[in-house]
Design a protein around this ligand. Structure first.
Ligand SMILES: Nc1ncnc2c1ncn2[C@@H]1O[C@H](COP(=O)(O)OP(=O)(O)OP(=O)(O)O)[C@@H](O)[C@H]1O
Ligand SMILES: [Mg+2]
Length: 165
């Protein structure tokens, strides 16, 4: 495994939310979190935990029509900008309409389905790859691979995440 990469087994939706909550301890304004994983992997569930951990207003949902939703902080912290880029076809052109480059410096931006679309926003990002365990008896087990990309994450120890609860 590459340095700066951590793999966590998450065995329930509640544990996925808890991972999101714990993750916020490492996050600050200007951070981009990229979530990769198939339909129903748990990207929005994790984002719900991020919203709880950041103490933001409004329920984190899977928007049907809205592509980006801003959740302002209730605790004088950074807002959470939740982007679901699933319906965005083209690369950065479509993304540019969202003005994420404007909101990123003061926000935590989390993007579902953002690969190939958001990388140009910043050199630094935290990438979470979520996939279902194959052949497991329950369908609730997920494997989450976290990778910090860029200088921002070079000295961050993601290993603090798995042990806590
Ligand atoms: N360990 C788990 N972690 C997260 N979700 C789980 C887990 N086990 C079961 N689930 C269920 O899987 C579903 C995950 O849905 P969610 O909307 O979070 O996925 P998603 O990756 O955002 O999907 P989409 O690509 O459609 O946006 C929920 O119904 C959740 O209850
Ligand atoms: Mg989703």
């Amino acid at each position: 495994m590459a340095p700066g990469t951590v793999r966590i087994v998450v065995d329930s939706p509640e544990a996925m939310r808890e991972l999101g909550r714990r993750l916020t301890g490492l996050l600050r304004a200007g951070d981009l979190v990229m979530l990769t994983g198939e339909l129903g992997a748990g990207k929005t569930t994790l984002t719900r935990g991020l919203g709880e951990g950041l103490g933001v207003r409004g329920a984190v949902t899977s928007p049907t029509f809205v592509i980006a939703r801003v959740h302002p902080s209730l605790v004088a912290g950074p807002p959470l900008v939740h982007v679901d880029a699933y319906r965005l076809g083209g690369g950065l052109d479509d993304m540019e309409d969202l003005d994420l480059d404007v909101s990123l410096p003061e926000s935590v931006v989390v993007v579902e389905w953002g690969e190939g679309k958001v990388e140009e926003l910043t050199d630094d990002r935290l990438h979470l790859l979520i996939h279902r365990a194959v052949g497991d008896t329950t369908d609730e087990v997920r494997h989450v691979t976290l990778t910090g990309v860029g200088e921002r994450w070079a000295a961050v120890d993601l290993g603090v995440l798995p042990g806590l609860s």
